[in-house]
Design a protein around this ligand. Structure first.
Ligand code: ZN
Length: 501
C-alpha cells in the first residue's frame, strides 16, 4: 500500500463513526425537544448503546493498525498538511478513547440522561436534594474518566482538553485574572453613572406569535439557512447538528422579548458555523469546529458584538417596530439601545449582560476545579455557589434553581466546559479588532448588510473547520497569542459611550 492508499483507507474506515455520531446528536435533539418525559429510561439505554458503538468505531484495532502503519511509513511526510492534520486528529481521539473502558463510556451516557431528568425535576421543584444523588454519580464517573484519560494530571485539566485542546487550567487562570481585573472597573463605572436605563421600555408584553416572526427575520438577517435548519422551543436554548441539518431552539417569554431575541441570535451564530464547515471535510475528523471556545466566539459575536451594538439597532429598530405593531412604536432609539445594554450584576448566566457575563463563568471554573479535586463536596456546593455570587457579583441567591441548578452542564457530565464561554469572549474581541481593519464594519452593520461580515467569519473561522487548534487559529487570524485586552478595550469603548462615563 502506498502512503496515499493507506491514508484513504483510514479516512474510509472512520467515515461511519462520524455518521453515527450525528445520529447520537439527533436522538439527543429529540430527547431535549419532543420526547415524552416518560421516555427517559428507554432513551438512556439508547444513548448508552450508541455511545458504546461510537466508542468501538473510534478505538477499533483496524484504526489503530492503520494509524501505526501510516505514521511509520517512510513516505508519511509526503502527505499534505490537511492529510496530516486529519491523521493527527484521528490519532488524538484514538489515544484518548482507548484509555477509557467501554463500560465506563456507556455508563456515562446512560447516567447523563438520568441526571438530566433529575435536574429538570429538581429545578422545577427548587429542591437540590432531588438532584444531588444523581449529581454524585455523574461527578464520580467524570472523575473516573479524568483518571483514565490522564492519571498524572489534575482531573480538571484532563477533562478540559476535550473542550479546549492544548489549554491548561493554569493558562485559563492567568487569562481569567486579567479578564476579571479589566471587567470590575467597567462594572463599577456603569453602576455609578448617573445615566441609567429605563428597563420598562423592553419589558413590554409581546405575544409569542410576534416573537416567532422576529426569530425568523433575525435568523435570515444573520444568514442562518432555515432550509437546512429549524427553530424549536425548549426550556434552555441550544444548537444541534452539522452541515445540512443544523437546528436551534429558543424559549419565549411574553414580557421579555430580548431573551428569545438574543438566544436566537446566539444559537444562529453557532448554527452558521456548523452550516459553513468546509464541505470537503464532511464525515472526516476535520469536519468539525476547532473548539467549544471558538464556537462560543461565533455565537457571542453575532449575539453581542453585532446584535447589541448601537449600529445594529440604528438599522433594525424601524423593522422591529414594523413587525411588533404598536408595542414599541413610541420608543426612542438611544433609550432603547441603553435598555438593551443594561449592565447589572445578576443571578442567571445566560441572561447576563456582556460585561458581567464572564464573572459567572469564572465562578463556575473555580468551583469545578475544587469539586473535581475533592476540595469541596456536592453537599457544600450550594453554599459555596451562593457565597461566590455574593462576593463576585454582590447578588443574593434565594433558591438553588436560580443558583447552583441553573445550568444543565454538570447534570450532563460536562465538567471542563465552562471556561470555553469566557474564552469565546476573549477570542471574539481579538477577531473584532481584525475585522474592523479589514471591513468598514460599523457602516455595514448600520446598513444592515451583514453578509460581508458573515463571509469574513466563514472564510477565517467556519471554513477552517478543524484545521487548527484554538490557540493556533487565533494566532493565524490575529497574528497574536490569546489576549483578553481587546475584549476589555471593546467593552470600555462601547459602555463608556452608552453610560457616558
Ligand atoms: Zn453558546
Amino acid at each position: 500500500m502506498t502512503v496515499k492508499e493507506a491514508y484513504d483507507k483510514l479516512i474510509e474506515e472512520m467515515r461511519d463513526t462520524f455518521i453515527l455520531e450525528n445520529v447520537e446528536n439527533m436522538i439527543e435533539w429529540d430527547f431535549e425537544t419532543y420526547m415524552p418525559t416518560g421516555g427517559g429510561k428507554q432513551r438512556s439505554k439508547e444513548f448508552a448503546l450508541l455511545a458504546g458503538l461510537v466508542h468501538d468505531l473510534y478505538t477499533s484495532p483496524t484504526v489503530g493498525k492503520l494509524i501505526k502503519g501510516l505514521k511509520s511509513n517512510p513516505e508519511y511526510q509526503a502527505l499534505s498538511f490537511i492529510e496530516k492534520r486529519n491523521v493527527h486528529l484521528i490519532e488524538r481521539e484514538y489515544n484518548n478513547r482507548t484509555r477509557l473502558p467501554k463500560d465506563l463510556v456507556e455508563k456515562i451516557a446512560e447516567q447523563s440522561a438520568i441526571s438530566i431528568q433529575a435536574w429538570k425535576k429538581a429545578k422545577e421543584k427548587k429542591d437540590y436534594s432531588i438532584f444531588k444523588p444523581e449529581l454524585d454519580k455523574t461527578l464520580a464517573l467524570s472523575k473516573e474518566k479524568a483518571h483514565y484519560l490522564a492519571p498524572e494530571k489534575d482531573p480538571f485539566d484532563a477533562l478540559l482538553d476535550e473542550f479546549e485542546p492544548s489549554f491548561t487550567s493554569e493558562m485559563i487562570d492567568k487569562l481569567f485574572t486579567e479578564l476579571r481585573e479589566g471587567l470590575i472597573p467597567i462594572i463599577k463605572k456603569c453602576q455609578s453613572s448617573s445615566k441609567q436605563p429605563d428597563m420598562s421600555l423592553i419589558n413590554r408584553n409581546c405575544s409569542i406569535d410576534i416573537q416567532r416572526k422576529i426569530s425568523e427575520d433575525v435568523s435570515r438577517l444573520v444568514l442562518y439557512d432555515l432550509d437546512r435548519g429549524r427553530i424549536d422551543e425548549t426550556e434552555h436554548p441550544f444548537t444541534n447538528g452539522y452541515y445540512d441539518d443544523v437546528r436551534i431552539t429558543t424559549h419565549y417569554y411574553e414580557n421579555n422579548f430580548a431573551s428569545s431575541f438574543y438566544s436566537v441570535m446566539h444559537e444562529a451564530g453557532h448554527a452558521i458555523y456548523e452550516q459553513n464547515l468546509d464541505k470537503q471535510f464532511i464525515y472526516q475528523a476535520l469536519g468539525k469546529s476547532s473548539s467549544y471556545g471558538i464556537h462560543e466566539s461565533q455565537s457571542r459575536l453575532i449575539e453581542n458584538l453585532i446584535g447589541k451594538s448601537p449600529e445594529f439597532w440604528e438599522h433594525y429598530l424601524p423593522k422591529f417596530k414594523e413587525i411588533t405593531g404598536d408595542i414599541f412604536s413610541d420608543v426612542d432609539m438611544d433609550a432603547f439601545i441603553h435598555a438593551i445594554n443594561e449592565v447589572k450584576p445578576s443571578k442567571i448566566r445566560i441572561e447576563a449582560d456582556e460585561v458581567t457575563y464572564s464573572l459567572h463563568v469564572i465562578i463556575r471554573f473555580e468551583i469545578e476545579k475544587d469539586l473535581l479535586s475533592g476540595k469541596i463536596t456536592t453537599e457544600e456546593l450550594p453554599s459555596v455557589w451562593n457565597t461566590k455570587y455574593k462576593d463576585y457579583l454582590g447578588v443574593d441567591i434565594e433558591n438553588d434553581s436560580e443558583g447552583v441548578m441553573q445550568d444543565t452542564h454538570w447534570a450532563s457530565g460536562l465538567f471542563g466546559y465552562f471556561p470555553s464561554y469566557a474564552l469565546g469572549n476573549i477570542y471574539n474581541g481579538q477577531m473584532l479588532n481584525v475585522i474592523k481593519k479589514d471591513l468598514s464594519y460599523d457602516d455595514l452593520i448600520r446598513k444592515g448588510d451583514l453578509k460581508p461580515i458573515i463571509d469574513w467569519l466563514i472564510e477565517k473561522v467556519h471554513k477552517q473547520s478543524n484545521l487548527y487548534d484554538p490557540l493556533e487559529l487565533i494566532k493565524k487570524i490575529s497574528g497574536e497569542e490569546v489576549n483578553p485586552k481587546y475584549f476589555i478595550a471593546y467593552l470600555e469603548e462601547k459602555f463608556s459611550k452608552i453610560y457616558e462615563y
